[in-house]
Design a protein around this ligand. Structure first.
Ligand SMILES: [Zn+2]
Length: 153
C-alpha cells in the first residue's frame, strides 16, 4: 500500500511554499508576518516526501516580495514557491540563495558602520552554504545561520 500524498484544499489565489525543511515552517511564517488577521493560512509539518520529511505552507491572497523570498532562501534553500491564481499554478520557482544580501541581515558587530545612526543599508556576502554563513561588507564580521534565524523571530 502506498502512502497517499497530502491533499490540501486548493486555494483560489495565493502562494504555496513547498519543500521547506521539516520543522522550519514556523520560521518561514515569522518572516512573512503570519499568521495575521484575515489571511487564511494552511500549515503542514513533517509531511513524508521523497527525501524524508518536509513542511508546506499555504496562504491566500498574498504573493511574496523579493526581500521575503531572499530571507526564506536562507532558511529553506530548497523550497519552491508556487503562485496560485484562479485555482491554477501560474508559476513555480525554486528559491535560490543570493550571493549578495542587501538589507536582509543585521550585522552583529555593534560598532559596524551599518549599525550607526546613519541610514546605511546592511550588505552581506554569502561565504558558506551549509551551514549558512555570511560576511559583512563593511566590517567583515561573519554572521552564522543561528544568529540570522534569531533576527527573523
Ligand atoms: Zn558589519
Amino acid at each position: 500500500m502506498t502512502k497517499p500524498e497530502l491533499k490540501v484544499k486548493s486555494i483560489e489565489n495565493g502562494t504555496v511554499i513547498d519543500h521547506i525543511p521539516a520543522n522550519k515552517a514556523l520560521q518561514v511564517l515569522k518572516i512573512l508576518g503570519l499568521p495575521e488577521e484575515g489571511t487564511n493560512v494552511t500549515l503542514a509539518m513533517n509531511v513524508p516526501s521523497k527525501l524524508g520529511y518536509k513542511d508546506i505552507v499555504k496562504f491566500e491572497n498574498r504573493e511574496l516580495g523579493h526581500t521575503e523570498i531572499d530571507k526564506i532562501a536562507l532558511i529553506a534553500p530548497d523550497s519552491t514557491i508556487n503562485i496560485i491564481r484562479d485555482f491554477e499554478i501560474v508559476s513555480k520557482n525554486q528559491v535560490s540563495l543570493v550571493k549578495e544580501l542587501n538589507g536582509i541581515v543585521k550585522c552583529t558587530n555593534p560598532k559596524c558602520i551599518s549599525n550607526t545612526d546613519e541610514p546605511i543599508e546592511s550588505k552581506f556576502y554569502l561565504v558558506e552554504v551549509d551551514p549558512i554563513t555570511v560576511r559583512c561588507h563593511y566590517c567583515e564580521r561573519l554572521v552564522q545561520a543561528d544568529e540570522i534565524y534569531n533576527q527573523f523571530e
